[in-house]
Design a protein around this ligand. Structure first.
Ligand code: FES
Length: 104
């Protein structure tokens, strides 16, 4: 069963399977202009903060996510897969692209 993912910045929701990273789901939303980078945890454009929900994550570069940030729920969307419904905020370079086009 796919999980629901809510982007708090825009109140948009999309579904994401457990075997799919959160970034793939955002891309599937089809918003033009989302700068998707390396998809491998190396560039940091897809940084998000998970505000609720369970997820699994793979190793992320400390250049992009510090230990303190990770404790607060900051992760790279391309390294994280949902285990439950998720709420998140976009905080990386994707943010203005995600938010643009929704706010009039
Ligand atoms: S796309 Fe490069 S860190 Fe996620």
């Amino acid at each position: 069963m796919p999980h629901k993912v809510l982007i708090e910045d825009t109140q948009e929701e999309y579904s994401c399977r457990e075997d799919q990273h959160l970034l793939a789901g955002m891309e599937a939303l089809g918003r033009k202009g989302i700068p998707v980078g390396c998809r491998g945890g190396g560039c940091g454009v897809c940084k998000i903060e998970i505000t609720s929900g369970q997820f699994t994550k793979r190793v992320m570069s400390r250049d992009h996510v510090s230990v303190e940030e990770e404790e607060k729920g900051c992760v790279l969307a391309c390294r994280v897969k949902p285990q439950s419904d998720i709420r998140l905020k976009v905080i990386g370079k994707m943010k203005k692209n995600v938010v643009r086009g929704v706010t009039k």
